[in-house]
Design a protein around this ligand. Structure first.
Ligand code: FPP
Length: 222
């Protein structure tokens, strides 16, 4: 959900206003994607590097996140959606962790779209975590090193219960992954847009999806 800060600055407003506009846009985007049958949407809301932002911005993001989590039960139930959080949530306050646990629990029966929010997430740390978990399983004698293959490591990713990633969209003009879904990106299609996230609307998403649908995905085959 990149470009919130620039979106706000261009309007002479504090960056936190851009994050609020970004959170509002997420809601309408979820409605749209859920309505067209998308099974899972992963959004990058807070990276392992974002802690180094000015404290007032980190605080504003935490407040926004907490406020959002409190609305999930009511909003998601009507839409049959399910919430999932990916990342190391141990770094968050007890209040936020409690709200995450509650939101995940009450939306668990939903069989509509899964909104997977990456929080305190980094692709490298996700892969490192998987390697550590595999090493521990070997050490405890649960598996042998020969059992460690792509399926095993894939099963240790936060996203193990989600479908393969088909399309990664980065708004705001940057053309890089910035530590997002590194493992999962292996065969994902990429789409870059110059539009900042708060302005990235249904019609922009539709363009990206139609372009994706016209691509020839060969998965290494001919
Ligand atoms: C990147 O834009 C955006 C973020 C680091 C935060 C995204 C968070 C939200 C939209 C709201 C909180 C989450 C939820 C789920 C309610 P940027 O700040 O890097 O923008 P810039 O590149 O223009 O500076």
């Amino acid at each position: 959900m990149d470009g919130n800060g620039r979106w706000a600055r261009r309007r002479g407003m504090p960056r936190s206003v851009g994050h609020k506009a970004g959170a509002d846009n997420l809601e309408s985007m979820c409605d749209y994607l859920n309505s067209i049958g998308v099974k899972a949407l992963t959004v990058y809301a807070f990276s392992t590097e974002n802690w180094s932002r000015p404290q007032d911005e980190v605080d504003a993001l935490m407040d926004l996140l907490y406020g959002y989590l409190l609305t999930v039960e009511e909003k998601f139930k009507n839409r049959n959606m399910k919430l999932k959080i990916s990342g190391d949530t141990s770094a968050f306050s007890e209040k936020i962790r409690g709200a995450i646990a509650h939101a995940e629990e009450v939306t668990a029966p939903g069989d509509g779209m899964v909104l997977n929010i990456a929080l305190n997430y980094g692709g490298r740390s996700e892969i490192t975590r998987a390697a550590r978990l595999a090493a521990e399983a070997v050490k405890e004698g649960k598996i042998t090193p020969d059992d460690i293959d792509e399926d095993y490591i894939g099963g240790l990713m936060y996203t193990a219960d989600l479908p393969e990633v088909d399309l990664i969209i980065r708004p705001s003009g940057e053309q890089r992954l910035s530590n997002f879904l590194l493992w999962q990106a292996a065969y994902a299609e990429l789409w870059y847009s110059d539009i900042c996230w708060p302005d990235f609307k249904e019609k922009d998403m539709e363009r990206a999806i139609i372009d994706y649908q016209n691509r020839d995905r060969r998965f290494g085959n001919v």
